[in-house]
Design a protein around this ligand. Structure first.
Ligand SMILES: NC(=O)c1ccc[n+]([C@@H]2O[C@H](COP(=O)([O-])OP(=O)(O)OC[C@H]3O[C@@H](n4cnc5c(N)ncnc54)[C@H](O)[C@@H]3O)[C@@H](O)[C@H]2O)c1
Ligand SMILES: [Zn+2]
Ligand SMILES: [Zn+2]
Length: 369
């Protein structure tokens, strides 16, 4: 069959919208017709060459939701007509990390992420007989895709797919970082650096867990305003007088916050988290920086028992967390509609990346017919 998709031929060039051949699902795979896909900063990081997730041409996109059209041999838990959210890990259930109940570190995920191929080492997309790769073996910037059965999670039919698609990456990453990785406690203080889709989700997770001070750090005034609507108690412009560390400390009696999250993907802001937490506080790094970079931290922080921890995919167990976060949305606790700034056509994707580069809007969502 044919499918229209946005493909990257090389970094720093606009994505091309073209038609590709798509083979049907094989053993343990499913065919998904995507209803919608969010655009995440990680797509932008691949596009700008900051992150390398396999060879080109590559169909990007990893924050999608849709409907199963066909299942391959051996797939028993999913059937045509099921509504699903695509997730970053195939949760193979067999590797050491899955057996230790850490599917967000599934060894097969690393394989899919690094190769742009299916687990059997081949691709389902092609053009003129040549392979076309897909990001995280999801490729949600395509009308249809074939994915590993474990890479989608079934959701209720009354959950709007063009909104809960955000749960596929940004929301699970952010809410999960707050409620799973950090386990933010009631009455605590939290700072979030970077208030895009991921940072706004961290803010919501912190609110849901009962944090009493939530400081949104972002240079864009509209982002700080949106953060306040979603649960932040204070907004800080990092470029204002004093800089981010002094301002965050001033809002917490000079001591610093219990938890500081980096949700942007830069070295300087990663280092800032360490300086804005209080003794015994926790710095949680969610943003993806250039993986060859190094960070520098003051050793005095170690003596005051500060801790720094990365958060991969919100420490999520997708089968538990995706339906849970969708339920939080349906009950009104988790606000997703507010996070969607624009709904666009696939053809407008390059413009959406330009807006992301300028820090405009929270999430753009591609709508398929
Ligand atoms: N750890 C994971 O598993 C995981 C998963 C998904 C995404 N990510 C990463 O999370 C990060 C955030 O993704 P996103 O989609 O929310 O990005 P985004 O581009 O939507 O948001 C980034 C925000 O940072 C703000 N910003 C820019 N400069 C700033 C500064 N100096 N200080 C504070 N804020 C500043 C921007 O205005 C914007 O609001 C990215 O690095 C992405 O790759 C990580
Ligand atoms: Zn993402
Ligand atoms: Zn596994």
């Amino acid at each position: 069959m044919k499918t229209k998709a946005a493909v990257m031929y090389e970094p720093n060039k606009p994505l091309q919208i073209e038609e590709f051949d798509l083979e049907g699902p094989q053993q343990g795979e499913v065919l998904v017709k995507y209803s919608a896909s969010g655009i995440c900063h990680s797509d932008y990081s691949i596009l700008t060459g900051v992150m390398d997730l396999g060879p080109s041409p590559m169909i990007l996109g990893h924050e999608g939701a849709g409907i199963i059209e066909e299942v391959g041999p051996g797939v028993t838990e999913l059937a045509p007509g099921d509504h699903v959210v695509a997730v970053l890990t195939p949760s193979c259930g067999k590797c050491v990390m899955c057996q230790e109940e850490k599917p967000f570190m599934c060894s097969q995920m690393a394989r899919l992420m690094g190769t742009g191929k299916m687990l059997d080492g081949t691709t389902r997309f092609s053009r003129n007989g040549e392979p076309v790769y897909h990001m995280a073996a999801l490729g949600t910037f395509s009308e249809r895709s074939v994915v590993q059965a474990g890479s989608v999670v079934k959701v209720k039919h009354d959950a709007p797919l063009d909104t809960v698609c955000l749960v596929g990456c940004g929301v699970t990453t952010g809410v999960g970082a707050a409620v799973n990785t950090a386990k933010v406690h009631a009455g605590s203080s939290v700072a979030v650096i970077g208030c895009g889709g991921v940072g706004l989700s961290i803010i919501q997770g912190a609110r849901i867990n009962g944090a009493s001070t939530i400081i949104a750090v972002d240079p864009v005034p509209e982002k700080r305003e949106l953060a306040m609507q979603l649960g932040a108690t204070h907004g800080v412009d990092p470029f204002a007088e004093g800089g981010p560390i002094k301002q965050v400390k001033a809002l917490t009696g000079g001591l610093g916050v219990h938890y500081a999250f980096e949700a942007l993907g830069r070295i300087d802001t990663t280092e800032q988290t360490w300086s804005m937490i209080r003794p015994a506080g926790r710095a949680i790094i969610v943003g993806m920086t250039d993986q060859s970079e190094k960070i520098k931290l003051k050793v005095t922080g170690l003596l005051s028992e500060k801790r720094i921890k990365g958060s991969g995919y919100g420490s999520a167990v997708p089968k538990r967390d995706v339906p849970r976060f969708v339920d939080w949305y349906l009950s009104g606790e988790l606000k997703l509609d507010e996070m969607i700034t624009k709904r666009i056509k696939l053809e407008d994707i390059n413009q959406a990346f330009d807006e992301m580069a300028r820090g405009e809007g929270a999430r753009s969502v591609i709508m398929y017919d």
